[in-house]
Design a protein around this ligand. Structure first.
Ligand SMILES: Cc1cc2nc3c(=O)[nH]c(=O)nc-3n(C[C@H](O)[C@H](O)[C@H](O)COP(=O)(O)OP(=O)(O)OC[C@H]3O[C@@H](n4cnc5c(N)ncnc54)[C@H](O)[C@@H]3O)c2cc1C
Ligand code: FES
Length: 350
């Protein structure tokens, strides 16, 4: 793996965008509409289902968080994200209370693979809470584009906490033949159950399945889809919640790390250090154990915040939803997903 010089990280560089509008959606969710200047239009081109990452300094230290676009390319001129408060969440609460029109925020250009291909005949979507954002964009895009059908089950505590409730109702009225909307309220029907998922799916042979919401909700829906005989390659998941970073990391499929001590050399700016790799951890964790404040956000391989280049040795990534094949070929890796597969590895954070 040989890096081919600078420039690749450019695509993942944060850029200042001005907040044009702040829209209160529910008591605990707000939409931020960003103005994209003409000279940045290309770099901020996106597909429904993708996300951007924001870098903020609510308490002084930089924090990076990803947010899916709730706007739809081709229908909405500007780029919009919608942020729901998480209890005690540092960034989501700050974005809900502190941002005003005219503010500038640092935004990394769009990324993500939670998108619907042209070949998909019917979209069957399951969302809960803030998980509606990519699916609202996808639903509007598919309904505007062509004759395909969309079915959406969207779960919330009650009507008041349902983001985009009025817009979704309007969309259903506009496309009565093609948009099947079920707004599920826990206060009336309890938490979404496997039986409710089964009755919503109807014919399991039709469509591709898109899931986004809290982990518990996604687990129930995914298990129910498996029970209906739906194969993994027809089920697409967008996880918002970081993995438990204290859990041991599996080695990549079919590979094993070399026996004996593995040396990881880390460079960031003018600082360089060497650490021993501890099995069950990642390169990101190794870099931190060596004293580097290596950046990260999602830690599930979707945002590219943790990217670095391997300049010697080889690593394997468990999951990569952020880097293009060209970037990977140039030596870029997501360090939160990487484990070493050679006795010595050198990574450079730029
Ligand atoms: C690809 C991607 C797209 C995303 N899109 C959106 C979006 O469109 N809208 C949106 O509101 N959020 C979205 N998120 C989640 C978002 O990035 C943040 O994780 C979320 O706003 C919480 O950040 P925080 O700083 O407020 O919480 P933190 O201070 O990081 O966390 C506080 C506590 O809440 C827990 N926690 C963190 N995130 C969540 C969560 N999502 N639900 C429940 N508990 C959580 C943490 O484990 C921790 O215990 C997305 C995440 C990813 C990876
Ligand atoms: S921290 Fe998001 S891809 Fe590694």
């Amino acid at each position: 793996m040989r890096p081919s010089g600078g420039g690749v990280a450019e695509r993942h560089r944060f850029r200042p965008l001005t907040v044009q509008q702040v829209v209160r959606e529910t008591a605990d969710a707000v939409s931020l509409v960003f103005e994209v200047p003409a000279d940045q239009a290309d770099v901020f081109t996106y597909q429904s289902g993708q996300f951007v990452s924001l870098r903020l300094h609510p308490d002084g230290e930089p924090l990076v968080r990803s947010y899916s676009m709730s706007s739809t390319p081709g229908l909405d001129e500007d780029l919009q994200v919608t942020v729901k408060r998480v209890p005690d969440g540092r960034v989501s609460n700050w974005l809900n209370t502190e941002v005003a029109p005219g503010d500038q925020l640092e935004v990394m250009p769009p990324a993500g693979t939670f998108v619907v291909p042209e070949s998909c005949a019917e979209v069957v979507a399951f969302a809960a809470g803030s998980g509606i954002t990519p699916l609202f964009s996808i639903a509007r895009s598919v309904l505007a584009d062509d004759g395909r059908r969309v079915r959406l089950l969207y779960a919330n505590r009650d009507r008041e906490s349902t983001i985009f409730a009025a817009s979704l109702d309007a969309l259903a009225r506009c496309h009565p033949e093609r948009f099947d909307l079920r707004l599920h309220h826990d206060v009336d029907d309890g938490f979404v159950s496997a039986r409710q998922v089964g009755s919503f799916v109807g014919d399991p042979a039709i469509g591709a399945f898109y899931l986004c919401g809290p982990s518990g909700f996604m687990d129930v829906v995914e298990d129910a889809l498996h029970d209906l005989g739906i194969a993994d390659d027809r089920i697409h998941l967008e996880r918002f919640t970081p993995l438990d970073t204290s859990a041991p990391v599996d080695e990549p499929d079919g590979k094993s790390s070399p026996a004996g001590e593995i040396e990881v050399n880390v460079r960031m700016g003018t600082k360089a250090a060497r650490a021993s790799y501890r099995p069950g951890t990642t390169i990101l964790q190794t870099a931190r154990s060596a004293g580097f404040s290596a950046p990260s956000s999602c830690e599930i391989g979707t945002c590219a915040t943790c990217m670095a280049r391997v300049t010697e040795g080889r690593v394997e990534m468990r999951h990569n939803d952020a880097l293009t094949p060209d970037e990977v070929a140039d030596g870029w890796v997501l360090t939160c997903q990487s484990v070493p597969v050679t006795p010595s590895v050198t990574v450079v954070y730029e």
